[in-house]
Design a binder for this molecule. Structure first.
Ligand code: ARG
Length: 461
Protein backbone atom coordinates (compact mmCIF):
# COMPACT_ATOMS: atom_id res chain seq x y z
CA UNK A 1 0.00 0.00 0.00
CA UNK A 2 1.35 3.37 -1.04
CA UNK A 3 1.60 5.75 1.85
CA UNK A 4 0.96 9.44 1.42
CA UNK A 5 1.21 12.16 4.05
CA UNK A 6 -2.50 11.68 4.78
CA UNK A 7 -2.48 7.84 5.02
CA UNK A 8 -2.62 7.63 8.84
CA UNK A 9 -6.31 8.51 8.91
CA UNK A 10 -7.19 5.79 6.38
CA UNK A 11 -7.51 2.03 6.77
CA UNK A 12 -7.17 0.99 3.17
CA UNK A 13 -5.03 2.08 0.27
CA UNK A 14 -6.43 3.86 -2.75
CA UNK A 15 -7.74 1.84 -5.64
CA UNK A 16 -4.91 2.07 -8.18
CA UNK A 17 -7.17 3.50 -10.88
CA UNK A 18 -8.42 6.13 -8.43
CA UNK A 19 -4.87 6.95 -7.39
CA UNK A 20 -4.04 7.58 -11.04
CA UNK A 21 -7.27 9.54 -11.53
CA UNK A 22 -6.52 11.71 -8.52
CA UNK A 23 -2.86 12.31 -9.30
CA UNK A 24 -1.61 15.49 -10.95
CA UNK A 25 2.08 14.62 -10.88
CA UNK A 26 1.89 13.67 -14.57
CA UNK A 27 1.46 17.34 -15.46
CA UNK A 28 2.09 19.52 -12.41
CA UNK A 29 5.76 18.52 -12.49
CA UNK A 30 5.93 21.60 -14.74
CA UNK A 31 5.66 23.61 -11.51
CA UNK A 32 8.63 21.98 -9.81
CA UNK A 33 11.09 24.88 -10.08
CA UNK A 34 8.48 27.27 -8.66
CA UNK A 35 7.49 24.80 -5.97
CA UNK A 36 11.11 24.57 -4.86
CA UNK A 37 11.58 28.33 -4.95
CA UNK A 38 8.38 28.85 -2.97
CA UNK A 39 9.45 26.27 -0.40
CA UNK A 40 12.87 27.83 0.01
CA UNK A 41 11.27 31.21 0.74
CA UNK A 42 8.75 29.59 3.09
CA UNK A 43 11.54 27.87 5.04
CA UNK A 44 13.49 31.11 5.26
CA UNK A 45 10.41 32.90 6.57
CA UNK A 46 9.91 30.16 9.18
CA UNK A 47 13.46 30.79 10.41
CA UNK A 48 13.07 34.56 10.22
CA UNK A 49 10.03 34.36 12.51
CA UNK A 50 11.66 31.88 14.88
CA UNK A 51 9.19 29.11 14.04
CA UNK A 52 12.17 27.02 12.87
CA UNK A 53 15.77 27.39 13.98
CA UNK A 54 18.25 28.81 11.51
CA UNK A 55 19.97 25.42 11.34
CA UNK A 56 16.71 23.64 10.56
CA UNK A 57 15.85 26.07 7.77
CA UNK A 58 19.33 25.79 6.37
CA UNK A 59 19.13 22.01 6.24
CA UNK A 60 15.78 22.25 4.48
CA UNK A 61 16.99 24.81 1.96
CA UNK A 62 20.09 22.73 1.18
CA UNK A 63 17.87 19.70 0.63
CA UNK A 64 15.53 21.65 -1.64
CA UNK A 65 18.45 22.92 -3.69
CA UNK A 66 19.72 19.35 -4.01
CA UNK A 67 16.32 18.34 -5.39
CA UNK A 68 16.59 21.21 -7.85
CA UNK A 69 19.89 19.94 -9.19
CA UNK A 70 18.61 16.37 -9.26
CA UNK A 71 15.64 17.62 -11.29
CA UNK A 72 17.82 19.60 -13.67
CA UNK A 73 20.15 16.70 -14.28
CA UNK A 74 17.24 14.33 -14.89
CA UNK A 75 17.72 12.23 -11.73
CA UNK A 76 14.52 13.26 -10.02
CA UNK A 77 11.60 11.57 -11.78
CA UNK A 78 8.72 11.11 -9.33
CA UNK A 79 6.32 8.25 -10.09
CA UNK A 80 2.54 8.40 -10.32
CA UNK A 81 2.10 7.21 -6.71
CA UNK A 82 3.42 10.57 -5.53
CA UNK A 83 0.04 12.23 -6.12
CA UNK A 84 1.37 15.66 -6.95
CA UNK A 85 4.52 17.73 -7.25
CA UNK A 86 4.16 19.11 -3.73
CA UNK A 87 4.10 15.68 -2.08
CA UNK A 88 6.85 14.41 -4.38
CA UNK A 89 9.17 17.22 -3.33
CA UNK A 90 8.32 16.83 0.35
CA UNK A 91 8.94 13.10 0.27
CA UNK A 92 12.25 13.50 -1.52
CA UNK A 93 13.25 16.22 0.94
CA UNK A 94 12.65 13.92 3.92
CA UNK A 95 14.63 11.21 2.16
CA UNK A 96 17.56 13.60 1.76
CA UNK A 97 17.56 15.59 5.01
CA UNK A 98 15.67 13.25 7.36
CA UNK A 99 13.19 14.25 10.10
CA UNK A 100 13.81 17.99 9.77
CA UNK A 101 12.33 17.83 6.28
CA UNK A 102 8.97 17.12 7.89
CA UNK A 103 9.03 20.67 9.31
CA UNK A 104 8.84 22.34 5.89
CA UNK A 105 5.08 22.11 5.65
CA UNK A 106 4.63 23.98 8.96
CA UNK A 107 2.03 26.76 8.61
CA UNK A 108 1.31 25.84 5.02
CA UNK A 109 -1.27 23.90 3.04
CA UNK A 110 -1.08 22.61 -0.49
CA UNK A 111 -3.95 24.97 -1.17
CA UNK A 112 -1.96 28.14 -0.66
CA UNK A 113 1.17 26.40 -1.94
CA UNK A 114 -0.29 25.42 -5.31
CA UNK A 115 -1.72 28.88 -5.88
CA UNK A 116 1.68 30.39 -5.10
CA UNK A 117 3.42 28.00 -7.48
CA UNK A 118 0.95 28.77 -10.25
CA UNK A 119 1.38 32.50 -9.83
CA UNK A 120 5.16 32.20 -9.95
CA UNK A 121 4.88 30.00 -13.04
CA UNK A 122 2.45 32.37 -14.74
CA UNK A 123 4.59 35.40 -13.98
CA UNK A 124 7.52 33.72 -15.72
CA UNK A 125 5.37 32.70 -18.70
CA UNK A 126 4.04 36.24 -19.03
CA UNK A 127 7.57 37.60 -19.15
CA UNK A 128 8.66 35.01 -21.71
CA UNK A 129 5.65 35.59 -23.98
CA UNK A 130 6.00 39.37 -23.75
CA UNK A 131 9.62 38.97 -24.82
CA UNK A 132 8.57 36.85 -27.80
CA UNK A 133 5.97 39.43 -28.76
CA UNK A 134 8.68 42.07 -28.75
CA UNK A 135 10.73 40.02 -31.21
CA UNK A 136 7.65 39.60 -33.37
CA UNK A 137 7.05 43.36 -33.36
CA UNK A 138 10.67 44.07 -34.23
CA UNK A 139 10.45 41.78 -37.26
CA UNK A 140 7.21 43.43 -38.42
CA UNK A 141 8.77 46.85 -37.91
CA UNK A 142 11.84 45.97 -39.98
CA UNK A 143 9.62 44.63 -42.72
CA UNK A 144 7.47 47.75 -42.58
CA UNK A 145 10.54 50.00 -42.86
CA UNK A 146 11.46 48.31 -46.12
CA UNK A 147 7.95 48.70 -47.53
CA UNK A 148 6.75 52.22 -46.83
CA UNK A 149 6.38 52.88 -50.53
CA UNK A 150 5.23 49.43 -51.53
CA UNK A 151 1.53 49.67 -52.29
CA UNK A 152 -0.96 46.93 -51.66
CA UNK A 153 -4.71 46.78 -52.20
CA UNK A 154 -6.62 47.57 -49.04
CA UNK A 155 -9.85 45.64 -48.56
CA UNK A 156 -13.18 45.87 -46.88
CA UNK A 157 -15.50 42.85 -47.21
CA UNK A 158 -12.47 41.31 -48.95
CA UNK A 159 -13.33 43.56 -51.91
CA UNK A 160 -10.74 46.02 -53.18
CA UNK A 161 -11.37 49.29 -51.33
CA UNK A 162 -8.46 51.74 -51.37
CA UNK A 163 -4.74 51.10 -51.85
CA UNK A 164 -2.51 51.40 -48.79
CA UNK A 165 1.15 51.36 -47.94
CA UNK A 166 2.26 47.80 -47.15
CA UNK A 167 4.06 49.26 -44.12
CA UNK A 168 0.73 50.62 -42.89
CA UNK A 169 -0.80 47.16 -43.17
CA UNK A 170 2.08 45.57 -41.25
CA UNK A 171 2.02 48.30 -38.60
CA UNK A 172 -1.60 47.42 -37.88
CA UNK A 173 -0.32 44.13 -36.46
CA UNK A 174 2.33 45.95 -34.44
CA UNK A 175 -0.48 47.91 -32.77
CA UNK A 176 -2.30 44.69 -31.92
CA UNK A 177 0.87 43.16 -30.48
CA UNK A 178 1.48 46.31 -28.44
CA UNK A 179 -1.97 46.01 -26.88
CA UNK A 180 -1.31 42.32 -26.29
CA UNK A 181 1.85 43.19 -24.40
CA UNK A 182 0.20 45.82 -22.28
CA UNK A 183 -2.64 43.42 -21.52
CA UNK A 184 -0.09 40.89 -20.31
CA UNK A 185 1.48 43.55 -18.14
CA UNK A 186 -1.87 44.28 -16.52
CA UNK A 187 -2.47 40.57 -15.91
CA UNK A 188 1.01 40.36 -14.45
CA UNK A 189 0.20 42.98 -11.84
CA UNK A 190 -2.76 40.97 -10.54
CA UNK A 191 -0.80 37.71 -10.82
CA UNK A 192 2.03 39.08 -8.75
CA UNK A 193 0.23 38.88 -5.39
CA UNK A 194 1.29 36.28 -2.82
CA UNK A 195 -1.35 33.90 -1.42
CA UNK A 196 1.13 31.92 0.70
CA UNK A 197 0.24 32.01 4.37
CA UNK A 198 -3.48 31.62 3.73
CA UNK A 199 -3.23 28.04 4.96
CA UNK A 200 -5.84 25.56 3.83
CA UNK A 201 -8.53 28.24 3.90
CA UNK A 202 -8.52 30.18 7.17
CA UNK A 203 -4.97 31.33 7.89
CA UNK A 204 -2.67 29.82 10.52
CA UNK A 205 -2.19 29.88 14.28
CA UNK A 206 1.57 30.31 13.90
CA UNK A 207 3.27 33.74 13.92
CA UNK A 208 4.25 33.78 10.25
CA UNK A 209 5.34 36.87 8.32
CA UNK A 210 3.55 36.80 5.01
CA UNK A 211 5.11 40.01 3.75
CA UNK A 212 8.56 38.58 4.32
CA UNK A 213 7.86 35.51 2.16
CA UNK A 214 6.21 37.66 -0.49
CA UNK A 215 9.26 39.91 -0.69
CA UNK A 216 11.61 36.95 -1.01
CA UNK A 217 9.55 35.68 -3.93
CA UNK A 218 9.41 39.06 -5.65
CA UNK A 219 5.67 39.47 -5.18
CA UNK A 220 4.37 43.02 -5.08
CA UNK A 221 2.01 42.34 -2.19
CA UNK A 222 0.02 39.74 -0.27
CA UNK A 223 -3.58 38.62 -0.73
CA UNK A 224 -6.15 40.09 1.67
CA UNK A 225 -8.54 37.23 2.35
CA UNK A 226 -7.48 33.63 2.96
CA UNK A 227 -10.70 32.09 1.61
CA UNK A 228 -10.46 34.11 -1.58
CA UNK A 229 -6.73 33.50 -1.89
CA UNK A 230 -6.86 29.71 -1.98
CA UNK A 231 -9.79 29.53 -4.38
CA UNK A 232 -9.03 32.46 -6.66
CA UNK A 233 -8.08 31.64 -10.24
CA UNK A 234 -9.08 34.99 -11.76
CA UNK A 235 -5.47 35.56 -12.65
CA UNK A 236 -5.47 32.37 -14.70
CA UNK A 237 -8.68 33.33 -16.50
CA UNK A 238 -7.26 36.74 -17.32
CA UNK A 239 -4.08 35.15 -18.61
CA UNK A 240 -6.07 32.79 -20.84
CA UNK A 241 -8.13 35.72 -22.10
CA UNK A 242 -4.98 37.68 -22.92
CA UNK A 243 -3.53 34.62 -24.66
CA UNK A 244 -6.78 34.19 -26.57
CA UNK A 245 -6.51 37.69 -27.99
CA UNK A 246 -2.92 37.04 -29.00
CA UNK A 247 -4.23 33.93 -30.75
CA UNK A 248 -6.91 36.00 -32.51
CA UNK A 249 -4.35 38.49 -33.78
CA UNK A 250 -1.88 35.85 -34.90
CA UNK A 251 -4.66 33.95 -36.59
CA UNK A 252 -5.78 36.98 -38.59
CA UNK A 253 -2.26 37.58 -39.83
CA UNK A 254 -1.90 33.87 -40.52
CA UNK A 255 -5.10 33.90 -42.57
CA UNK A 256 -3.78 36.80 -44.64
CA UNK A 257 -0.54 34.95 -45.31
CA UNK A 258 -2.44 31.85 -46.42
CA UNK A 259 -4.56 34.01 -48.70
CA UNK A 260 -1.68 36.07 -50.04
CA UNK A 261 0.35 32.95 -50.81
CA UNK A 262 -2.46 31.53 -52.96
CA UNK A 263 -2.30 31.51 -56.76
CA UNK A 264 -5.26 33.88 -56.77
CA UNK A 265 -3.36 36.58 -54.84
CA UNK A 266 0.34 35.75 -55.25
CA UNK A 267 1.23 38.78 -53.11
CA UNK A 268 3.83 36.64 -51.33
CA UNK A 269 5.90 33.61 -52.23
CA UNK A 270 6.63 31.11 -49.48
CA UNK A 271 10.30 30.42 -48.99
CA UNK A 272 11.49 26.85 -48.65
CA UNK A 273 12.40 27.34 -44.99
CA UNK A 274 8.82 27.75 -43.84
CA UNK A 275 6.72 25.82 -46.37
CA UNK A 276 6.02 22.16 -46.90
CA UNK A 277 5.21 19.88 -49.81
CA UNK A 278 2.46 17.43 -50.59
CA UNK A 279 2.70 13.64 -50.43
CA UNK A 280 0.88 13.34 -53.75
CA UNK A 281 0.91 16.56 -55.77
CA UNK A 282 4.45 17.38 -56.87
CA UNK A 283 3.71 21.04 -57.61
CA UNK A 284 2.45 21.91 -54.12
CA UNK A 285 4.02 24.30 -51.65
CA UNK A 286 1.80 24.62 -48.64
CA UNK A 287 1.56 27.33 -45.98
CA UNK A 288 1.46 24.90 -43.05
CA UNK A 289 2.95 27.37 -40.59
CA UNK A 290 0.21 30.02 -40.77
CA UNK A 291 -2.42 27.29 -41.08
CA UNK A 292 -1.23 25.71 -37.83
CA UNK A 293 -1.14 29.06 -36.08
CA UNK A 294 -4.70 29.72 -37.27
CA UNK A 295 -5.75 26.24 -36.17
CA UNK A 296 -4.12 26.31 -32.75
CA UNK A 297 -6.07 29.43 -31.75
CA UNK A 298 -9.11 27.19 -31.15
CA UNK A 299 -7.28 25.25 -28.46
CA UNK A 300 -6.48 28.41 -26.56
CA UNK A 301 -10.08 29.68 -26.71
CA UNK A 302 -11.20 26.25 -25.52
CA UNK A 303 -8.95 26.44 -22.47
CA UNK A 304 -10.40 29.84 -21.57
CA UNK A 305 -13.94 28.51 -21.69
CA UNK A 306 -12.94 25.35 -19.80
CA UNK A 307 -11.42 27.41 -17.00
CA UNK A 308 -14.45 29.67 -16.67
CA UNK A 309 -16.71 26.63 -16.59
CA UNK A 310 -14.58 24.91 -13.94
CA UNK A 311 -14.81 27.95 -11.68
CA UNK A 312 -18.39 29.06 -12.02
CA UNK A 313 -20.10 26.64 -9.62
CA UNK A 314 -17.42 26.26 -6.97
CA UNK A 315 -18.34 26.98 -3.37
CA UNK A 316 -15.57 28.57 -1.31
CA UNK A 317 -12.83 27.71 -0.78
CA UNK A 318 -10.48 25.14 -2.39
CA UNK A 319 -12.11 22.30 -4.35
CA UNK A 320 -10.29 19.57 -6.21
CA UNK A 321 -11.89 20.83 -9.42
CA UNK A 322 -9.18 23.48 -9.29
CA UNK A 323 -6.57 20.88 -10.14
CA UNK A 324 -8.02 21.08 -13.66
CA UNK A 325 -6.58 24.58 -14.06
CA UNK A 326 -3.09 23.37 -14.83
CA UNK A 327 -3.30 21.48 -18.09
CA UNK A 328 -5.32 24.31 -19.61
CA UNK A 329 -2.81 26.91 -18.53
CA UNK A 330 0.26 24.93 -19.47
CA UNK A 331 -1.03 24.02 -22.90
CA UNK A 332 -2.28 27.52 -23.67
CA UNK A 333 1.03 29.14 -22.71
CA UNK A 334 3.04 26.57 -24.66
CA UNK A 335 0.81 26.94 -27.70
CA UNK A 336 1.03 30.72 -27.75
CA UNK A 337 4.74 30.84 -27.15
CA UNK A 338 5.33 28.45 -30.03
CA UNK A 339 2.85 30.28 -32.28
CA UNK A 340 4.41 33.70 -31.70
CA UNK A 341 7.82 32.24 -32.43
CA UNK A 342 6.61 30.51 -35.60
CA UNK A 343 4.94 33.67 -36.92
CA UNK A 344 8.06 35.68 -36.12
CA UNK A 345 10.16 33.30 -38.20
CA UNK A 346 7.55 33.22 -40.96
CA UNK A 347 7.46 37.00 -41.25
CA UNK A 348 11.25 37.26 -41.06
CA UNK A 349 12.28 34.60 -43.52
CA UNK A 350 9.23 32.66 -44.62
CA UNK A 351 7.68 35.04 -47.13
CA UNK A 352 8.85 37.16 -50.03
CA UNK A 353 6.61 40.03 -51.08
CA UNK A 354 6.06 40.08 -54.85
CA UNK A 355 6.41 43.78 -55.67
CA UNK A 356 5.49 43.33 -59.34
CA UNK A 357 2.26 41.59 -58.40
CA UNK A 358 1.48 44.19 -55.77
CA UNK A 359 2.03 47.20 -58.01
CA UNK A 360 0.10 45.56 -60.84
CA UNK A 361 -2.74 44.85 -58.41
CA UNK A 362 -3.14 48.45 -57.24
CA UNK A 363 -3.05 49.75 -60.81
CA UNK A 364 -5.72 47.44 -62.16
CA UNK A 365 -8.85 48.23 -60.26
CA UNK A 366 -11.26 50.97 -59.28
CA UNK A 367 -9.82 51.53 -55.81
CA UNK A 368 -9.04 55.14 -56.81
CA UNK A 369 -12.74 55.93 -57.34
CA UNK A 370 -13.01 57.68 -53.96
CA UNK A 371 -10.16 59.93 -55.03
CA UNK A 372 -11.88 60.84 -58.29
CA UNK A 373 -14.86 61.92 -56.16
CA UNK A 374 -12.57 63.86 -53.80
CA UNK A 375 -11.14 65.61 -56.90
CA UNK A 376 -14.59 67.05 -57.53
CA UNK A 377 -15.07 67.83 -53.84
CA UNK A 378 -11.92 69.97 -53.98
CA UNK A 379 -13.57 71.82 -56.87
CA UNK A 380 -16.65 72.64 -54.85
CA UNK A 381 -18.94 69.73 -55.73
CA UNK A 382 -20.79 68.35 -52.68
CA UNK A 383 -19.44 64.90 -51.76
CA UNK A 384 -22.75 63.06 -52.23
CA UNK A 385 -23.16 64.53 -55.75
CA UNK A 386 -19.52 63.77 -56.60
CA UNK A 387 -20.06 60.20 -55.38
CA UNK A 388 -23.04 59.89 -57.76
CA UNK A 389 -21.08 61.24 -60.71
CA UNK A 390 -18.13 58.87 -60.15
CA UNK A 391 -20.56 55.97 -59.71
CA UNK A 392 -21.84 56.71 -63.20
CA UNK A 393 -18.27 56.97 -64.54
CA UNK A 394 -17.40 53.59 -62.98
CA UNK A 395 -20.51 52.02 -64.51
CA UNK A 396 -19.59 53.45 -67.90
CA UNK A 397 -15.96 52.24 -67.63
CA UNK A 398 -17.02 48.74 -66.57
CA UNK A 399 -19.20 48.55 -69.67
CA UNK A 400 -16.45 49.89 -71.91
CA UNK A 401 -13.76 47.68 -70.39
CA UNK A 402 -11.71 50.66 -69.29
CA UNK A 403 -10.00 51.66 -66.06
CA UNK A 404 -10.55 55.19 -64.75
CA UNK A 405 -7.09 56.25 -65.89
CA UNK A 406 -7.83 54.95 -69.40
CA UNK A 407 -10.92 57.11 -69.93
CA UNK A 408 -10.05 60.10 -72.17
CA UNK A 409 -10.44 63.56 -70.59
CA UNK A 410 -13.20 64.70 -72.96
CA UNK A 411 -15.29 61.75 -71.82
CA UNK A 412 -14.66 62.64 -68.18
CA UNK A 413 -15.80 66.16 -68.96
CA UNK A 414 -19.12 64.84 -70.28
CA UNK A 415 -19.75 63.66 -66.69
CA UNK A 416 -18.63 66.97 -65.15
CA UNK A 417 -16.93 70.05 -66.65
CA UNK A 418 -14.56 70.44 -63.67
CA UNK A 419 -12.43 67.47 -64.74
CA UNK A 420 -9.08 68.55 -66.22
CA UNK A 421 -5.87 66.81 -67.29
CA UNK A 422 -4.45 66.93 -63.73
CA UNK A 423 -7.11 64.36 -62.81
CA UNK A 424 -4.85 61.51 -63.98
CA UNK A 425 -2.10 62.42 -61.53
CA UNK A 426 -4.68 62.81 -58.77
CA UNK A 427 -5.94 59.25 -59.20
CA UNK A 428 -2.55 57.53 -59.65
CA UNK A 429 -2.04 54.92 -56.87
CA UNK A 430 0.98 56.71 -55.33
CA UNK A 431 -0.91 60.02 -55.15
CA UNK A 432 -3.96 58.37 -53.72
CA UNK A 433 -1.99 56.76 -50.91
CA UNK A 434 0.18 59.81 -50.22
CA UNK A 435 -2.91 62.00 -49.97
CA UNK A 436 -4.41 60.11 -47.00
CA UNK A 437 -2.40 62.23 -44.65
CA UNK A 438 -4.78 62.33 -41.70
CA UNK A 439 -3.26 61.22 -38.36
CA UNK A 440 -3.03 57.43 -38.33
CA UNK A 441 -3.78 57.22 -42.07
CA UNK A 442 -1.80 55.48 -44.80
CA UNK A 443 -0.19 58.63 -46.30
CA UNK A 444 3.57 58.07 -46.56
CA UNK A 445 4.28 60.96 -44.22
CA UNK A 446 1.92 59.49 -41.63
CA UNK A 447 3.37 56.01 -42.04
CA UNK A 448 6.92 57.33 -41.53
CA UNK A 449 5.80 59.13 -38.39
CA UNK A 450 3.99 55.99 -37.17
CA UNK A 451 7.12 53.93 -37.81
CA UNK A 452 9.18 56.37 -35.76
CA UNK A 453 6.69 56.23 -32.89
CA UNK A 454 6.54 52.43 -32.97
CA UNK A 455 10.31 52.24 -33.01
CA UNK A 456 10.62 54.59 -30.03
CA UNK A 457 8.09 52.47 -28.12
CA UNK A 458 9.98 49.28 -28.85
CA UNK A 459 13.27 50.84 -27.86
CA UNK A 460 11.77 51.89 -24.55
CA UNK A 461 10.32 48.40 -23.96
N1 ARG B 1 -2.65 18.82 -6.76
C1 ARG B 1 -3.51 19.74 -6.13
C2 ARG B 1 -4.01 20.79 -7.12
O1 ARG B 1 -3.39 20.91 -8.10
C3 ARG B 1 -2.82 20.43 -5.00
C4 ARG B 1 -3.75 20.95 -3.95
C5 ARG B 1 -4.40 19.82 -3.25
N2 ARG B 1 -5.11 20.24 -2.11
C6 ARG B 1 -5.98 19.43 -1.52
N3 ARG B 1 -6.61 19.90 -0.51
N4 ARG B 1 -6.21 18.20 -1.94
O2 ARG B 1 -5.01 21.45 -6.94
Amino acid sequence: MTTTPWSSRFEEGLHPAIAAFNASIGFDIELIEYDLTGSVAHAQMLAHTGILSAAEAEAIVTGLEQIRSEWRSGQFLPAIDQEDVHFAVERRLVAIVGEVGKKLHTARSRNDQVNTDLRLWQRARIDAIAERLLDFERVLLDLAKAHVETLIPGYTHLQRAQPVSLAHHLLAYVEMAERDRSRLEEVRARTNICPLGSGALAGTVLPIDRHYTARLLGFAGVSENSLDAVSDRDFAVEFLAALSLIAVHLSRLAEEMVLWASQEFRFVLLTDRCATGSSLMPQKKNPDVPELVRGKSGRVFGHLLAMLTTLKGLPLAYNKDLQEDKEALFDAARTIEASVEAMTILMREGIDFQSDRLSAAVGEDFSNATDAADYLVRRGVPFRSAYGIIGAVVKHCLGAGLLLRELPIDEWQRFHPAFEADLYAAIAPETVVAARNSYGGTGFEQVRAALARAEARLQAA
